[in-house]
Design a protein around this ligand. Structure first.
Ligand code: UDP
Length: 312
Protein backbone atom coordinates (compact mmCIF):
# COMPACT_ATOMS: atom_id res chain seq x y z
CA UNK A 1 0.00 0.00 0.00
CA UNK A 2 1.02 3.62 -0.49
CA UNK A 3 -0.15 5.51 2.59
CA UNK A 4 -0.33 9.24 3.34
CA UNK A 5 0.09 9.99 7.04
CA UNK A 6 -0.96 13.54 7.90
CA UNK A 7 0.65 14.47 11.21
CA UNK A 8 3.36 11.94 10.40
CA UNK A 9 5.97 13.67 12.58
CA UNK A 10 3.71 13.66 15.61
CA UNK A 11 3.45 11.20 18.46
CA UNK A 12 0.89 8.79 17.00
CA UNK A 13 1.66 9.66 13.38
CA UNK A 14 5.34 8.75 13.67
CA UNK A 15 4.54 5.41 15.32
CA UNK A 16 2.11 4.71 12.49
CA UNK A 17 4.84 5.51 9.94
CA UNK A 18 7.12 2.99 11.69
CA UNK A 19 4.56 0.18 11.66
CA UNK A 20 3.52 0.84 8.05
CA UNK A 21 7.14 0.79 6.84
CA UNK A 22 7.83 -2.36 8.86
CA UNK A 23 4.99 -4.16 7.12
CA UNK A 24 6.33 -3.11 3.71
CA UNK A 25 4.14 -0.14 2.84
CA UNK A 26 5.28 3.08 1.20
CA UNK A 27 4.68 6.15 3.40
CA UNK A 28 4.25 9.82 2.54
CA UNK A 29 4.31 11.74 5.82
CA UNK A 30 2.95 15.29 5.88
CA UNK A 31 3.44 17.62 8.85
CA UNK A 32 3.67 21.37 9.44
CA UNK A 33 5.86 20.66 12.51
CA UNK A 34 3.69 22.87 14.72
CA UNK A 35 3.61 20.20 17.43
CA UNK A 36 5.23 17.36 15.49
CA UNK A 37 9.03 16.98 15.57
CA UNK A 38 11.52 15.89 12.93
CA UNK A 39 13.34 13.92 15.65
CA UNK A 40 10.41 11.50 15.63
CA UNK A 41 11.04 10.52 12.02
CA UNK A 42 14.74 11.35 11.61
CA UNK A 43 15.84 7.75 11.17
CA UNK A 44 13.19 7.13 8.47
CA UNK A 45 14.77 9.54 5.97
CA UNK A 46 17.20 6.86 4.79
CA UNK A 47 14.33 4.54 3.85
CA UNK A 48 13.51 4.74 0.14
CA UNK A 49 9.87 3.88 0.86
CA UNK A 50 9.54 7.00 3.05
CA UNK A 51 9.10 10.61 2.00
CA UNK A 52 8.18 13.76 3.86
CA UNK A 53 6.27 16.92 2.94
CA UNK A 54 6.62 19.94 5.23
CA UNK A 55 3.10 21.21 4.73
CA UNK A 56 -0.01 22.35 6.61
CA UNK A 57 -2.93 20.15 5.55
CA UNK A 58 -5.32 23.04 6.30
CA UNK A 59 -4.19 24.24 2.84
CA UNK A 60 -4.72 22.21 -0.35
CA UNK A 61 -2.89 18.89 -0.20
CA UNK A 62 -1.08 17.65 -3.28
CA UNK A 63 0.37 14.14 -3.41
CA UNK A 64 1.52 12.95 -6.83
CA UNK A 65 0.97 9.32 -7.79
CA UNK A 66 -1.36 6.62 -6.51
CA UNK A 67 -2.51 6.56 -2.88
CA UNK A 68 -4.25 3.61 -1.19
CA UNK A 69 -4.93 5.13 2.23
CA UNK A 70 -5.02 8.56 3.85
CA UNK A 71 -4.55 8.71 7.62
CA UNK A 72 -5.52 12.02 9.25
CA UNK A 73 -3.48 12.35 12.45
CA UNK A 74 -2.65 16.03 12.14
CA UNK A 75 -3.75 18.20 15.07
CA UNK A 76 -2.50 19.61 18.32
CA UNK A 77 -3.69 17.02 20.83
CA UNK A 78 -2.68 18.31 24.24
CA UNK A 79 -5.25 20.58 25.92
CA UNK A 80 -2.48 23.10 26.57
CA UNK A 81 -1.45 23.09 22.89
CA UNK A 82 -4.92 23.54 21.52
CA UNK A 83 -5.62 26.31 24.01
CA UNK A 84 -2.50 28.08 22.74
CA UNK A 85 -3.37 27.36 19.09
CA UNK A 86 -7.16 27.46 18.98
CA UNK A 87 -7.52 28.64 15.38
CA UNK A 88 -5.00 26.15 13.98
CA UNK A 89 -6.76 23.39 15.92
CA UNK A 90 -10.13 24.33 14.44
CA UNK A 91 -8.65 24.65 10.96
CA UNK A 92 -6.83 21.32 10.89
CA UNK A 93 -9.92 19.50 12.17
CA UNK A 94 -12.22 21.17 9.65
CA UNK A 95 -10.32 22.41 6.57
CA UNK A 96 -7.62 19.77 7.03
CA UNK A 97 -10.19 17.00 7.16
CA UNK A 98 -11.93 18.40 4.09
CA UNK A 99 -8.67 18.58 2.12
CA UNK A 100 -7.59 15.07 3.09
CA UNK A 101 -11.03 13.64 2.29
CA UNK A 102 -10.78 15.36 -1.07
CA UNK A 103 -7.42 13.68 -1.60
CA UNK A 104 -8.86 10.29 -0.61
CA UNK A 105 -11.81 10.76 -2.98
CA UNK A 106 -9.55 11.82 -5.84
CA UNK A 107 -7.24 8.83 -5.36
CA UNK A 108 -9.94 6.27 -4.54
CA UNK A 109 -8.16 5.77 -1.21
CA UNK A 110 -9.42 4.62 2.17
CA UNK A 111 -9.57 7.36 4.83
CA UNK A 112 -8.83 6.88 8.53
CA UNK A 113 -9.80 9.72 10.86
CA UNK A 114 -8.11 10.14 14.22
CA UNK A 115 -11.11 11.21 16.23
CA UNK A 116 -11.14 11.36 19.99
CA UNK A 117 -12.82 10.57 23.29
CA UNK A 118 -13.25 14.35 23.50
CA UNK A 119 -16.31 14.01 21.27
CA UNK A 120 -17.98 12.71 24.46
CA UNK A 121 -16.99 15.90 26.34
CA UNK A 122 -17.59 15.60 30.09
CA UNK A 123 -19.58 12.38 29.72
CA UNK A 124 -22.81 11.66 31.54
CA UNK A 125 -22.74 8.03 30.42
CA UNK A 126 -19.99 5.82 31.82
CA UNK A 127 -18.13 3.99 30.35
CA UNK A 128 -18.61 5.60 26.94
CA UNK A 129 -20.03 3.46 24.11
CA UNK A 130 -19.93 4.74 20.53
CA UNK A 131 -23.70 5.29 20.58
CA UNK A 132 -23.36 8.02 23.21
CA UNK A 133 -23.69 11.48 21.62
CA UNK A 134 -21.67 13.29 24.23
CA UNK A 135 -21.85 16.30 26.49
CA UNK A 136 -19.70 19.04 25.00
CA UNK A 137 -19.46 22.76 25.74
CA UNK A 138 -19.00 24.26 22.25
CA UNK A 139 -17.91 27.67 23.53
CA UNK A 140 -15.62 26.50 26.37
CA UNK A 141 -11.82 26.42 26.04
CA UNK A 142 -11.81 22.77 24.91
CA UNK A 143 -14.54 23.42 22.35
CA UNK A 144 -11.96 24.22 19.65
CA UNK A 145 -10.72 20.64 19.73
CA UNK A 146 -13.96 18.84 20.59
CA UNK A 147 -16.06 20.57 17.97
CA UNK A 148 -13.36 20.35 15.28
CA UNK A 149 -13.25 16.59 15.78
CA UNK A 150 -17.03 16.32 15.86
CA UNK A 151 -17.16 18.29 12.61
CA UNK A 152 -14.44 16.02 11.20
CA UNK A 153 -16.54 12.95 11.97
CA UNK A 154 -19.58 14.55 10.32
CA UNK A 155 -17.50 15.50 7.26
CA UNK A 156 -16.02 12.00 7.00
CA UNK A 157 -19.49 10.44 7.17
CA UNK A 158 -20.75 12.87 4.51
CA UNK A 159 -17.90 11.87 2.16
CA UNK A 160 -18.66 8.25 2.92
CA UNK A 161 -22.39 8.52 2.28
CA UNK A 162 -22.38 11.06 -0.54
CA UNK A 163 -19.13 10.23 -2.38
CA UNK A 164 -18.70 6.61 -1.34
CA UNK A 165 -15.26 7.18 0.21
CA UNK A 166 -14.18 4.20 2.33
CA UNK A 167 -14.04 5.87 5.72
CA UNK A 168 -12.87 4.55 9.09
CA UNK A 169 -13.33 6.63 12.25
CA UNK A 170 -11.30 5.86 15.39
CA UNK A 171 -12.13 7.52 18.70
CA UNK A 172 -8.80 7.56 20.47
CA UNK A 173 -8.64 7.72 24.26
CA UNK A 174 -5.62 8.98 26.23
CA UNK A 175 -2.53 7.37 24.74
CA UNK A 176 1.04 7.49 26.04
CA UNK A 177 4.46 6.08 25.26
CA UNK A 178 7.86 7.02 23.88
CA UNK A 179 7.82 10.24 21.78
CA UNK A 180 5.23 12.01 23.88
CA UNK A 181 6.65 15.50 23.63
CA UNK A 182 8.31 16.34 26.96
CA UNK A 183 6.43 19.21 28.52
CA UNK A 184 3.49 19.01 26.09
CA UNK A 185 1.27 19.58 29.11
CA UNK A 186 -0.44 16.19 29.09
CA UNK A 187 -0.59 14.33 32.32
CA UNK A 188 1.69 11.36 31.55
CA UNK A 189 4.29 13.60 29.95
CA UNK A 190 4.14 16.08 32.85
CA UNK A 191 4.21 13.51 35.65
CA UNK A 192 7.08 11.51 34.12
CA UNK A 193 9.20 14.59 33.38
CA UNK A 194 8.53 15.93 36.87
CA UNK A 195 9.34 12.59 38.54
CA UNK A 196 12.55 12.09 36.56
CA UNK A 197 13.67 15.67 37.36
CA UNK A 198 12.81 15.31 41.06
CA UNK A 199 10.25 18.13 40.81
CA UNK A 200 6.77 18.09 42.39
CA UNK A 201 4.06 16.30 40.41
CA UNK A 202 1.28 18.78 39.58
CA UNK A 203 -2.14 17.28 40.21
CA UNK A 204 -4.88 19.49 38.78
CA UNK A 205 -7.86 19.71 41.12
CA UNK A 206 -8.19 17.06 43.81
CA UNK A 207 -7.01 14.30 41.46
CA UNK A 208 -10.25 12.32 41.69
CA UNK A 209 -10.97 12.74 37.97
CA UNK A 210 -10.34 9.56 35.99
CA UNK A 211 -8.72 8.66 32.68
CA UNK A 212 -7.94 5.35 30.94
CA UNK A 213 -4.47 5.18 29.40
CA UNK A 214 -3.47 3.09 26.39
CA UNK A 215 0.13 2.27 25.51
CA UNK A 216 1.07 3.53 22.05
CA UNK A 217 1.94 0.12 20.53
CA UNK A 218 -1.50 -1.22 21.49
CA UNK A 219 -3.16 1.91 20.14
CA UNK A 220 -1.36 1.70 16.79
CA UNK A 221 -2.20 -2.00 16.45
CA UNK A 222 -5.88 -1.16 17.01
CA UNK A 223 -5.79 1.71 14.52
CA UNK A 224 -4.23 -0.42 11.78
CA UNK A 225 -6.69 -3.23 12.48
CA UNK A 226 -9.54 -0.74 12.04
CA UNK A 227 -7.98 0.59 8.83
CA UNK A 228 -7.89 -2.95 7.42
CA UNK A 229 -11.35 -3.90 8.62
CA UNK A 230 -14.77 -3.50 7.02
CA UNK A 231 -16.19 -1.45 9.91
CA UNK A 232 -16.72 2.26 9.28
CA UNK A 233 -17.09 3.12 12.96
CA UNK A 234 -16.88 5.33 14.86
CA UNK A 235 -14.98 2.88 17.01
CA UNK A 236 -13.44 3.45 20.44
CA UNK A 237 -9.76 2.46 20.41
CA UNK A 238 -8.46 2.75 23.93
CA UNK A 239 -7.67 0.92 27.12
CA UNK A 240 -10.61 0.49 29.52
CA UNK A 241 -8.28 0.29 32.53
CA UNK A 242 -9.47 3.41 34.40
CA UNK A 243 -7.71 5.15 37.26
CA UNK A 244 -7.76 8.50 39.01
CA UNK A 245 -5.18 11.17 38.24
CA UNK A 246 -3.96 10.85 41.83
CA UNK A 247 -3.61 7.08 41.30
CA UNK A 248 -1.57 7.77 38.18
CA UNK A 249 0.72 10.15 40.11
CA UNK A 250 1.34 7.51 42.76
CA UNK A 251 2.05 4.86 40.12
CA UNK A 252 4.51 7.19 38.35
CA UNK A 253 6.39 7.69 41.63
CA UNK A 254 6.50 3.94 42.18
CA UNK A 255 7.64 3.09 38.65
CA UNK A 256 10.33 5.78 38.52
CA UNK A 257 11.44 5.36 42.15
CA UNK A 258 11.06 9.12 42.52
CA UNK A 259 10.51 10.80 45.89
CA UNK A 260 8.91 13.91 44.38
CA UNK A 261 6.03 15.37 46.36
CA UNK A 262 2.50 15.73 45.00
CA UNK A 263 1.16 19.28 44.75
CA UNK A 264 -2.25 20.54 43.68
CA UNK A 265 -2.99 23.16 41.03
CA UNK A 266 -6.36 24.52 39.88
CA UNK A 267 -8.49 22.22 37.73
CA UNK A 268 -8.72 23.56 34.16
CA UNK A 269 -12.17 24.69 33.00
CA UNK A 270 -14.39 21.90 31.62
CA UNK A 271 -11.85 19.20 32.54
CA UNK A 272 -13.85 15.94 32.12
CA UNK A 273 -14.55 14.23 35.46
CA UNK A 274 -14.30 10.71 34.06
CA UNK A 275 -13.39 8.87 30.92
CA UNK A 276 -13.33 5.19 30.05
CA UNK A 277 -13.92 3.54 26.69
CA UNK A 278 -16.40 0.77 26.14
CA UNK A 279 -14.43 -1.35 23.65
CA UNK A 280 -17.03 -4.04 23.03
CA UNK A 281 -17.18 -3.05 19.35
CA UNK A 282 -13.39 -3.15 18.83
CA UNK A 283 -13.18 -6.54 20.55
CA UNK A 284 -15.97 -7.94 18.39
CA UNK A 285 -15.16 -6.34 15.03
CA UNK A 286 -11.35 -6.41 15.18
CA UNK A 287 -10.59 -9.05 17.79
CA UNK A 288 -8.42 -6.31 19.27
CA UNK A 289 -7.80 -5.34 22.83
CA UNK A 290 -4.90 -3.60 24.58
CA UNK A 291 -2.28 -5.85 26.16
CA UNK A 292 0.28 -3.61 27.82
CA UNK A 293 -0.13 -3.03 31.55
CA UNK A 294 0.09 0.61 32.61
CA UNK A 295 3.01 -0.12 34.93
CA UNK A 296 4.98 -1.73 32.06
CA UNK A 297 4.13 1.02 29.57
CA UNK A 298 5.05 3.75 32.03
CA UNK A 299 8.40 2.09 32.74
CA UNK A 300 9.18 1.96 29.00
CA UNK A 301 8.15 5.58 28.56
CA UNK A 302 10.21 6.67 31.58
CA UNK A 303 13.24 4.85 30.18
CA UNK A 304 12.85 6.60 26.83
CA UNK A 305 12.39 9.96 28.51
CA UNK A 306 15.40 9.42 30.75
CA UNK A 307 17.66 8.72 27.77
CA UNK A 308 16.20 11.70 25.88
CA UNK A 309 16.74 14.10 28.78
CA UNK A 310 20.27 12.88 29.41
CA UNK A 311 21.29 13.34 25.73
CA UNK A 312 23.25 16.60 25.45
N1 UDP B 1 -3.53 16.79 34.70
C1 UDP B 1 -2.92 16.93 35.95
N2 UDP B 1 -1.65 17.42 36.00
C2 UDP B 1 -0.95 17.77 34.89
C3 UDP B 1 -1.56 17.63 33.62
C4 UDP B 1 -2.86 17.14 33.56
O1 UDP B 1 -3.51 16.61 36.99
O2 UDP B 1 0.21 18.21 35.05
C5 UDP B 1 -4.90 16.24 34.65
C6 UDP B 1 -5.89 17.03 33.82
O3 UDP B 1 -6.50 18.04 34.59
C7 UDP B 1 -6.85 15.93 33.41
C8 UDP B 1 -5.98 14.69 33.29
O4 UDP B 1 -4.81 14.98 34.04
O5 UDP B 1 -7.81 15.72 34.42
C9 UDP B 1 -5.59 14.34 31.87
O6 UDP B 1 -5.11 15.51 31.26
P1 UDP B 1 -4.43 15.53 29.82
O7 UDP B 1 -4.03 16.95 29.58
O8 UDP B 1 -3.36 14.51 29.75
O9 UDP B 1 -5.55 15.07 28.80
P2 UDP B 1 -7.15 15.14 28.73
O10 UDP B 1 -7.59 13.76 29.05
O11 UDP B 1 -7.67 16.13 29.75
O12 UDP B 1 -7.44 15.55 27.34
Amino acid sequence: MRVVVAGGAGFLGSHLCDRLLERGDEVVAIDNLLTGRLDNIARLFGNERFSFQHHDVSSFVHVPGPVDAVLHFASPASPRDYLEMPIQTLKVGSLGTHNLLGLAKDKGARFLLASTSEVYGDPQVHPQPEEYWGHVNPVGPRGVYDEAKRFAEAMAMAYHRFHGVEVRIARIFNTYGPRLRPGDGRVVSNFLCQAVAGKPLTIFGDGSQTRSFCYVDDEVAGLLALLGSSTVGPMNIGNPNELTVRGLAELVLEVTGSTSELVHEPLPLDDPTKRRPDITLARRALGWEPRTELRVGLARTAEWLGSLLSTP
